[in-house]
Design a protein around this ligand. Structure first.
Ligand code: URA
Length: 213
């Protein structure tokens, strides 16, 4: 598993405003969207392409197009939805599949409550979007879901990651023979005893969409 922390002043600036507890939901959503677009630029560096002939007003030349099958973007509901538009802005021809996963706040284990994905993902590059790589359980379960269906290249985009979550994710991917890359805006210090990232930004779903009981 490869981990890339995107080192860019605009990423750092936007992330700092996201962390600020006084930042309200509309600004939080807007900044998440902008930040994801910056992360997506790095995350798609290895997107599969093919040579493509094109006739310009001046000459014939060979350029580049995205290869088929089209990449699949998979937001993990609920908070991953806040990252979908920013991702699709860079990959407008991608398809979108949905995975609803919830973390049990006591056991910190992830369970799947909804799924809308193509049955056959053979030959697909998948981009999983989930803001917080905290315990790593949700992301490991999501990646296993995709590779079980044949996905052969996975990139996860996270706003923040915790070292414990990266270690657990690596363990959770044991036996999966598919390249996995994590692209994040920052590697934070640790998890607290409730499984929150420290210093983090709080509950990403609540900050994007408000509290639910
Ligand atoms: N999920 C969140 O939304 N925030 C955290 O800090 C950890 C998990």
């Amino acid at each position: 598993m490869r981990i890339q922390v995107v080192d860019h002043p605009l990423v750092a600036h936007k992330l700092t405003v996201l962390r600020d507890r006084s930042t309200k939901s509309p600004t939080f959503r807007q900044l998440t969207d902008e930040l994801v677009t910056l992360l997506a630029y790095e995350a798609t560096r290895d997107v599969r392409v093919v040579a493509h002939d094109v006739v310009t007003p001046v000459a014939r030349t060979t350029g580049t197009r995205l290869a088929r099958p089209r990449p699949l973007v998979v937001p993990i509901l609920r908070a991953g939805l806040g990252m979908l538009d920013g991702m699709m802005r860079l990959l407008p021809s991608a398809e979108v599949g949905f995975l609803g996963m919830v973390r049990n706040e006591e056991t910190l284990e992830a369970t799947t409550y909804a799924e809308r994905l193509p049955e056959d993902l053979h030959g697909r590059q998948c981009y999983v979007v989930d803001p917080m790589l905290a315990t790593g359980g949700t992301l490991a379960a999501a990646i296993r879901y995709l590779t079980d269906r044949g996905a052969d290249d996975i990139t996860a985009l996270c706003l923040l990651a915790a070292p414990e979550g990266c270690r657990r994710l690596e363990e959770g991917l044991a036996g999966i023979d598919v390249p996995v890359k994590v692209v994040t805006a920052a590697m934070d210090e640790r998890l607290d005893d409730r499984g929150y990232i420290v210093p983090g930004l709080g509950d990403a779903g609540d900050r994007l969409y408000g509290l639910v009981d």
